[in-house]
Design a protein around this ligand. Structure first.
Ligand SMILES: [Zn+2]
Length: 96
């Protein structure tokens, strides 16, 4: 079993693992791959097993981290938008 990992550590390991490929591929192609992985996740949700769904969730997260890295943005800071609840109303649960 993989150990628990915070978002910044996840982005860091993805960056160290795929930095060279990410640079060669570029942002536009990374967005295209992320969209493709989202499609695979959608398919797994519709007709996949829990294991397949978990795998596709991981792939989407990895591509999202690659994109954040290429944009020189922190996924953790991005997630921080929701850290105290709904970004619009500030409530947990959302009261919008
Ligand atoms: Zn709200």
């Amino acid at each position: 079993m993989v150990r628990a990992m915070d978002i910044a550590a996840f982005q860091d390991v993805i960056a160290r693992t795929y930095a060279e490929q990410d640079r060669a591929r570029g942002v536009a192609a990374t967005v295209a791959w992320l969209a493709e992985e989202l499609g695979e996740l959608a398919q797994a949700v519709r007709k996949g097993t829990a294991e397949q769904q978990r795998e596709e969730l991981g792939d989407v997260l990895a591509w999202l981290a690659s994109l954040a890295e290429q944009l020189d943005l922190s996924l953790e800071e991005a997630a921080g938008r929701y850290a105290t609840g709904c970004p619009k109303c500030g409530s947990v649960p959302c009261a919008c």
